[in-house]
Design a protein around this ligand. Structure first.
Ligand code: SAM
Length: 217
């Protein structure tokens, strides 16, 4: 982290998991978090890291509300502090685990898009079960993504994990149609998305793999 944790302030952007309330009382109205723009479309990013995608994307598309999920506390604080300092009112960053959050707090068909950029690859076979993108979670994302053009955007540097994702998407082809990747507006010149990990891996010369999964009606 470049900033001292004690000087960081998550302000109105950051929300702790505990602030979500009991997990077994049904979904939340997530738009209540966007007091000024509760009718704008809603998008989700899973694994926001230092928040570079959210910062650029939310800045360029103020007509969209964004929720970012990050379970590493130092990254969550860093990302929320950055968005607060930039005065973004269309971002909420939640310090939570993604599967737990989506299953317990998210209503049906509320996200226009879900962004998953450079998820942890868990390369050891005995850790594969921890991978985020797998068939049960793709079923759950199908529940929370809006029918009307709803999609998941995924990018990774990890060829083996990408093959795994394609295989898991194959298990739920009734739910998702794979399509070629299109960069979000956050991407700078020559970038796929423009995240910290992308920039680091690009300097190392790693190849990237990316796709869109579009929800079937
Ligand atoms: C490899 S980093 C990529 C960060 C950022 N997307 C980027 O491209 O720079 C993966 C991030 O996802 C977070 N993460 C992984 N699994 C998660 C989960 N199940 N729930 C919430 N955050 C998660 C990690 O803490 C980490 O910050």
């Amino acid at each position: 982290m470049t900033h001292n944790a004690s000087t960081m302030d998550v302000g109105q952007v950051g929300l702790e998991n505990e602030a979500l309330g009991p997990f077994d009382q049904g979904p939340l109205n997530l738009q209540d978090w966007f007091k000024q723009t509760p009718n704008n479309p809603l998008e989700l990013e899973i694994g926001s890291g230092k928040g570079t995608f959210l910062l650029n994307q939310a800045n360029k598309t103020p007509e969209v509300n964004y929720i970012g999920l990050e379970y590493a506390k130092a990254y969550w604080r860093h990302a929320a502090d950055r968005c607060r300092r930039h005065g973004l009112t269309n971002v909420k960053l939640i310090h939570t685990e993604a599967d737990f959050f989506v299953r317990n707090y998210v209503p049906n068909e509320c996200f226009k898009q879900v962004h998953i950029y450079f998820p942890d690859p868990w390369p050891k076979t005995r850790h594969h079960k921890r991978r985020l993108v797998q068939a049960p979670f793709l079923r759950e994302l199908h529940r929370v993504i809006a029918f009307d053009g709803g999609q998941i955007r995924i990018a990774t540097d990890h060829a083996d994990y990408f093959q795994w994702m394609l295989q898991h998407a194959q298990q739920v082809t009734d739910l998702w149609e794979p399509l070629p990747f299109e960069s979000p507006i956050s991407a700078g010149e020559g970038e796929l998305v423009g995240t910290n990990f992308e920039r680091k891996y690009r300097r190392e010369g790693r190849p990237f793999h990316a796709m869109i999964l579009r929800k079937r009606a």
